[in-house]
Every structure is written in structure tokens, then in C-alpha cells.
Design a protein around this ligand. Structure first.
Ligand code: GLN
Length: 742
């Protein structure tokens, strides 16, 4: 141990003392951060404290739960454990946990996906447990591929580390596949776990891996659990869910608990004999995967079924994740959800309870949450309308965005100032009305603090003044969002909206644009029909009134582009005939002559005079909230951009708008312009989804669609009546103020 290490320890000791005694703050990160400045090899120098070694837990969802529970199982087995229990999962958090610990048997560390590449080379963990990869904070990570690359690199830096991965997730299996081919890892096995049978769950709209990363063919599934997890297979190259070394079988999933057995299918009778059986009082399919991961790791580390079950029974981390409160006889469930998959799982938990309830969502957009909230539109809030009577509230910094999202799911929500305000509103309801509070990363602590304070004060909360909105059943509207009872057709031909390749082009809630268009017609009593055209499907555009296509990561974009270029003549005829078309980001790039991916030129549609290049790699991106001045709207148009491509318009080609925000660049670094307008085509880099906070743009497209519909069907032109856009305008104004856009 050198001088640097000794100095680093001294620095950490002083900062820990200062934080605890002077600032009265928890010391989960800062001491390690300071010590790492002094000794960058600190983790390597500290790993000797761990007699038997360590386990790193990575993945988008479930890291904190899995690492805490695994630490508990080890402790229940009589082992001394070091764990970064509060979820401080960068190198500073891991260092701090090690600095504060004495001698131990095992280290169990939750690690951020991108930081594993910094932590693992020093820690040289025995195991990396890889839980899942879903879209989350893409403003930080770019595209999911980048996270995969980073994890593969990390595994390459520690060749003896065994990868334990969720084989139901093709994105994790792909990492195992690539890691297996790395030099130095030939002798290191990977261990696959998964769920052996379908859990029979309803499917959500957006999935993060629809195609094979080896050969770019769409996957086939025998069954899908949620997201991209399931029994998958590529019909072209044969890449398929690997044989499971550990499999959860006989899964039972109920409102108040779950159970399964964990077998080793490859080990014959011995595997069945050594099987663990697990039961827990938690709900949610994602908890089956979390507990399966814990059980596999516990088995590998030599723990018994008894120790595992004992730890699960006692598990009550009180960290706001699936935490139940009793407020003077009123049940309140608090949970974290920070990305679409996590949210969808939470909505399923809420919908299991069909009784009248309060449901509240808190959404912040701080650094740790991601500055963008487009992902709210990748969540199927429409399912809440099937959850029985409810009163909905939206809060947090981006509570207005949340309220708009709920509005388009057909659910009226009121905004609340903060969690205290919410508790007063909850107290207006009869005591038997349960409440569900779902909060994203930085909004969770405020909610937890308010609930903890209410419990500490005896659980009684003063009801807010005024009348309580009674829980309402929002499930009475028709499938297309039109109010029930209205004759949707009215003898009128529906406006036909084609959503092109939503299975491939679906980043940042782009599908929400279709939802917005659909609802804005339905609210006006205008019949509408949505045609989702998936990869491999065909459509006749002569019967279509409006086309929407979204953005996507490079790989999916390339496959979709082949489909779209194959439709070139049809699309050209549609555009020349003044058909309205909205193309976002990846598909906007395809409108031009060409676009670039990994240095390769991909031919575009050539419908518009523009071209898209790429100055660097996929990591060199323009990522930001952004606002434009456009001739199509009175207010600035607000959105969010995240792209590697840079687009240049030919001389005389009109942009969609001029950038007027403090941040954001749009087409490229030079022109301060975004997007393109050509006939009734609107191309833009703005996700958001674009139309949610910019209703005038939505109505501009709809007006063009109605003109085309009238011309196409010979029916009289339908006028667009005004709608109450107060929530949309509030969300727009908030972002304009934030971005300094006038
Ligand atoms: N893959 C494209 C790019 O990075 C488009 C990304 C997107 O649609 N957000 O430029």
C-alpha cells in the first residue's frame, strides 16, 4: 500500500467525519469521491478487505433490490458483507462502502451500467449479475447499444469474472454472446437464468429489442413476459434464448404475493433435488425476475434455501420501493418507477386493485432522472382506464407533462404542488380508499419524507379544503378513445392515420404523436382509424389521410429504412398529392437523399432536398431540450432532440423552424434551424412527442388530413372545432420559460 492509498484513506476519514458531524448528511458518495482523487486505484487497493470476493449487480431495473437482498441472504448465512445499500452506484459509492467497512467475507455492489467499466477492472468481482436492459436516461447513454458496449468492455477488463445474466432478455444474452468471444475469456463460463414458462401477462406497446443483434432479423417469441423478456429466437441466424442454467418454474403471481421454484434444468435429477423454492409477499412480474436473480446468486455463493427465504421474509428496506404505509388506517403504497418498463409494471400492480383509489405520479427531470420526459409516452397509461374508479394527481417538476399524458390516456388529472399537498388531498377521501404514489428517481425521496413525517405525526393528515373529487371510472370510453355512447362513425368515412413501422421506429414516445392525433379527432366526434404498419406489412397509401413515422436507434432505423425505401414510389405519389406526413428524427433523416451510419452511406427516399451526415461516431450526439419558432405555430414549438446525424437542407428548402432556446441545435451545429417543411411534409428532430405540447402543429396536420379525406372520399370538408388546450399550453409555457424561448 503506497503513500497515495494512505493519503486517500485520511481524506476519506476527514470528509466522512465532516459530513456526519458538521453537515449532518449521509456519507454515501463524497468520501469515496475525495479519496479517488488522491488514489485513482483505490478500489483495487481496498478489495483485499473482502476475503471471499465480490458480486456486482448491474441492469436497468432492480439493482438496489437485488443487491440489498443478496447482501441480506449472505448475512443470514453468517457472512460479513459490504454493500452500497443506498444505491450510490458509481465508483465513488463503491469506494465509500469499502472505505467505511472493516474486514468482510463478501462485497455486494450495485453498479451503474456505464460505471461498471470503471469499477470492474479494479474490483475484479467473482460475479457480475446482469438483470435487464431497458431504455432509461437515454439522454445520458445515447442508445442502448452504448450501454451494451460498455458492459462488454468491462467484462473484457476482468476475464475471470463470471457473468450471470438474464437470458430472457436478448440484450443481456447478446452481451454474454459477445463477452464469450473476448480474448482471455475463453475459459470463463457465463451462467444463464430465466423464467421457464409464460406468466401469461398482457403485453405493452413498446419493447426495446425487437430484432436480432447478430443479423438484424425480427425476433420470434414463443411467449413474452414483459418488455423484450421472454422465450425469443431469431428465425434467420438461429440466435435464441440460451439453455437456462437456472430456471424459475411453477410461477404463481398474485395480488399479495408470488412464489416459484428455481431449478437447474441441465443438472437432471440432481438439479431438481437442489432446487430452491421461493415465496414472497411482493407483487409484480418484475419481482419474479429480481428474486430469481437473487436466488441464483445465493445458490452460486453457497447459501441455503433457508437463508434465502429468511432474508426474503424479513426484507423491508424502507427505501420507498414498494413500501406500504398505514396512515391512520389508510393504505398508501409508494414505489419507484423511472422508465417505461418499470412504469408499466407499476400500472399492472395498480390495476390489480379494482377498488376506488387515488393514483399519483411524481415526475422530475433532474440530472439523475434524465432531462427529458418523452418516455412518459412509451408507457401504457391507457391501462389505468381499466383499473376501476380512481382520482389521479400529477406532481413533480414535470407534473404538467404528466397531466398532459394522462389527459390523452383519457384520464383527468389535477396537478399538485408537492407530496404534502397530495397527502392533504388523499385525506379528503374516505379512509378505505387506498392511494398509490409512483415517483421517479429524484422525486421519490420527497414523497417518502412526506409519508414518513405523516406516520411519525400519528398518521392523521388534515384534509385539503374544498370538495374531494370522487374516484371516477375512466374505462367507459370506446377503444379509439371516443366517448362511449357516441356513434363513432356517424356515417362519415374515418380519417385514416398510418403509423409506419412502430415496431422499429418508436423512440422517446414518438408513438404518442399518433395518440395525440387520434384523441384530438375523437374529442371532436370525428371518426378516426389507426393503421399500424409493422415490419413486413404492406399498405396502400391511396386510402390514407395522414402518415406518422418515428425515430429509432441506428440498427432498427436501417431495417426500417429498407421497408420505407421499398415504398418510395407510393410515398412520392402521396407527398406530391399533398398528403400530410410527420417524420421524426430517424425517419426524418430518411426523407433526404442519404444518411450515414457507421461510416456507411444508406440511401434515403430522396423526397426532399436534404442530406444527413455524421461527423463522428454514434456517441457524438446532439442531446437536449429545444424550442423552435415555426410559421406553423403562435407559440414556440418545444421538444427534445437526441441524434448523431446532422442534416443539411439544400438552398431554398424551408426548415420547420428556427432554434430559439438557450439549448438545442436541431439540424446541425451551424444553421440554428431544425427540420424541414415541404408541401405537407413535416420533418423534425423533435421528439417529445412533438404534438403533445404543441397542439397547433397537431391541428395543422389534422386540417391537412381532413382536406385529403374530403378530396379522397367526396364528402364535405369537416372543420376542426377549438379544443380546451390549457394543460398542453401549461406544459409548453413551462418548457419555454425553462429554455428561455420567446
Ligand atoms: N439513429 C439516428 C441518429 O442517431 C436517429 C436517432 C433518433 O431517432 N433519435 O441520428
Amino acid at each position: 500500500m503506497g503513500l497515495r492509498f494512505t493519503a486517500a484513506r485520511a481524506v476519506s476519514g476527514i470528509s466522512t467525519w465532516g459530513l456526519k458531524n458538521v453537515f449532518h448528511r449521509p456519507a454515501a458518495n463524497f468520501p469515496g469521491k475525495m479519496a479517488l482523487y488522491v488514489d485513482p486505484q483505490l478500489i483495487a487497493h481496498l478489495r483485499g478487505k473482502l476475503d471471499r470476493g465480490s458480486v456486482c449487480v448491474v441492469g436497468t431495473n432492480g439493482k438496489t433490490t437485488v443487491s440489498n437482498l443478496l447482501a441480506d441472504v449472505l448475512e443470514a448465512s453468517g457472512q460479513r458483507v459490504v454493500c452500497n445499500r443506498t444505491g450510490a452506484n458509481l465508483d465513488s459509492g463503491v469506494s465509500t462502502a469499502l472505505l467505511h467497512a472493516g474486514k468482510a467475507d463478501w462485497g455486494v455492489f450495485e453498479c451503474d451500467e456505464l460505471w461498471l467499466a470503471k469499477i470492474l477492472p479494479q474490483l475484479r468481482a467473482n460475479y457480475v449479475v446482469l438483470l435487464n436492459l431497458f431504455r432509461d436516461q437515454l439522454d445520458r447513454c445515447g442508445e442502448i447499444d452504448r450501454i451494451q458496449d460498455s458492459i462488454v468492455k468491462a467484462l473484457g477488463s476482468s476475464p475471470e469474472t463470471v457473468l450471470v445474466y438474464n437470458a430472457d432478455d436478448p440484450l443481456c444474452a447478446s452481451i454474454a454472446d459477445r463477452a464469450g468471444q473476448l480474448p482471455g475469456r475463453e475459459g470463463t463460463r457465463s451462467i444463464a437464468f430465466g423464467v421457464a414458462e409464460s406468466m401469461g401477462l398482457a403485453q405493452n406497446t413498446v419493447s426495446d429489442a425487437t430484432m436480432c443483434q447478430r443479423c438484424s432479423t425480427m425476433f420470434e417469441y414463443d411467449w413474452r413476459q414483459y418488455g423484450q423478456l421472454g422465450e425469443w429466437r431469431c428465425p434467420n441466424c438461429g440466435f435464441a434464448r440460451p439453455a437456462l442454467d437456472f430456471a424459475a418454474e411453477n410461477v404463481q403471481l398474485g395480488v399479495n404475493g408470488l412464489a416459484f421454484s428455481l431449478a437447474k434444468p441441465g443438472a437432471g435429477d440432481a438439479g431438481r433435488e437442489g432446487a430452491f423454492s421461493v415465496s414472497a409477499r411482493f407483487s409484480g412480474a418484475y419481482m419474479v425476475y429480481n428474486l430469481a436473480a437473487v436466488s441464483v446468486a445465493a445458490s452460486l455463493l453457497g447459501c441455503t434455501n433457508e437463508a434465502l427465504q429468511k432474508a426474503i421474509d424479513a426484507f423491508d428496506p424502507q427505501n420507498g420501493r414498494l413500501q406500504t404505509y398505514d396512515l391512520a388506517g389508510r393504505r398508501v403504497l409508494l414505489n419507484l418507477a423511472k422508465n417505461p418498463t418499470g412504469f408499466n409494471q407499476n400500472l399492472k400492480i395498480v390495476a390489480q386493485d379494482q377498488a376506488p383509489k387515488v393514483v399519483a405520479f411524481f415526475i422530475n427531470d433532474k440530472e439523475a432522472d434524465g432531462r427529458d420526459v418523452s418516455w412518459l409516452w412509451d408507457i401504457d397509461f391507457e391501462e389505468l382506464a381499466q383499473a376501476g374508479p380512481l382520482t389521479a394527481y400529477a406532481g413533480g417538476i414535470r407534473g404538467r407533462d404528466m397531466a398532459v399524458r394522462l389527459k390523452y390516456a383519457g384520464i383527468d388529472a389535477q396537478t399538485v404542488d408537492n407530496a404534502d399537498d397530495l397527502l392533504h388531498r388523499i385525506a379528503q377521501q374516505p379512509r378505505e380508499v387506498s392511494a398509490y404514489i409512483i415517483a421517479n428517481y429524484t422525486s421519490l425521496p420527497g414523497c417518502k419524507a412526506a409519508l414518513d413525517a405523516a406516520v411519525a405525526a400519528g398518521g392523521e393528515v388534515e384534509p385539503a379544503a374544498g370538495e374531494a373529487p370522487a374516484p371516477r371510472d375512466f374505462g367507459t370510453q370506446g377503444a379509439d378513445g371516443a366517448p362511449a355512447g357516441e356513434d363513432a362513425a356517424n356515417g362519415q368515412n374515418p380519417v385514416v392515420i398510418a403509423h409506419l413501422f412502430p415496431d422499429l421506429l418508436n423512440l422517446y414516445g414518438d408513438g404518442g404523436n399518433v395518440r395525440v392525433l387520434q384523441q384530438r379527432l375523437a374529442w371532436r366526434g370525428i371518426p378516426v382509424e389507426i393503421r399500424r404498419v409493422n415490419h413486413g406489412d404492406a399498405i396502400d397509401l391511396s386510402g390514407v389521410d395522414l402518415i406518422m413515422m418515428g425515430g429509432s436507434p441506428d440498427r432498427e432505423q436501417k431495417l426500417a429504412s429498407a421497408d420505407i425505401v421499398a415504398m418510395r414510389d407510393q410515398l412520392d405519389a402521396y407527398v406530391q398529392d399533398m398528403g400530410p406526413l410527420l417524420a421524426i428524427c430517424g425517419s426524418y433523416q430518411m426523407l433526404g437523399r442519404e444518411w450515414l451510419v457507421d461510416g456507411e452511406k444508406v440511401p434515403g427516399l430522396g423526397l426532399v432536398g436534404m442530406t444527413t451526415g455524421r461527423p463522428g461516431t454514434s456517441g457524438d450526439r446532439l442531446v437536449s431540450n429545444i424550442a423552435l419558432r415555426s410559421p406553423l405555430a403562435d407559440e414556440p414549438v418545444v421538444g427534445y432532440e437526441n441524434h448523431a446525424g446532422r442534416t443539411y437542407l439544400d438552398e431554398g428548402v424551408e426548415p420547420f423552424g428556427t432554434v430559439v432556446s438557450n439549448t438545442g441545435l436541431g439540424n446541425n451545429e451551424e444553421t440554428k434551424q431544425d427540420g424541414v417543411r415541404y408541401k405537407n411534409v413535416l420533418g423534425t428532430y423533435l421528439h417529445g412527442p412533438l404534438l403533445a405540447k404543441n397542439p397547433q402543429i397537431a391541428d395543422w396536420l389534422l386540417a391537412r388530413a381532413l382536406e385529403r379525406n374530403a378530396k379522397r372520399t367526396g364528402q364535405p370538408l369537416v372543420e376542426l372545432t377549438p379544443l380546451d388546450d390549457a394543460p398542453e399550453k401549461a406544459a409548453n409555457t413551462f418548457m419555454c420559460d425553462k429554455l428561455g424561448a420567446k
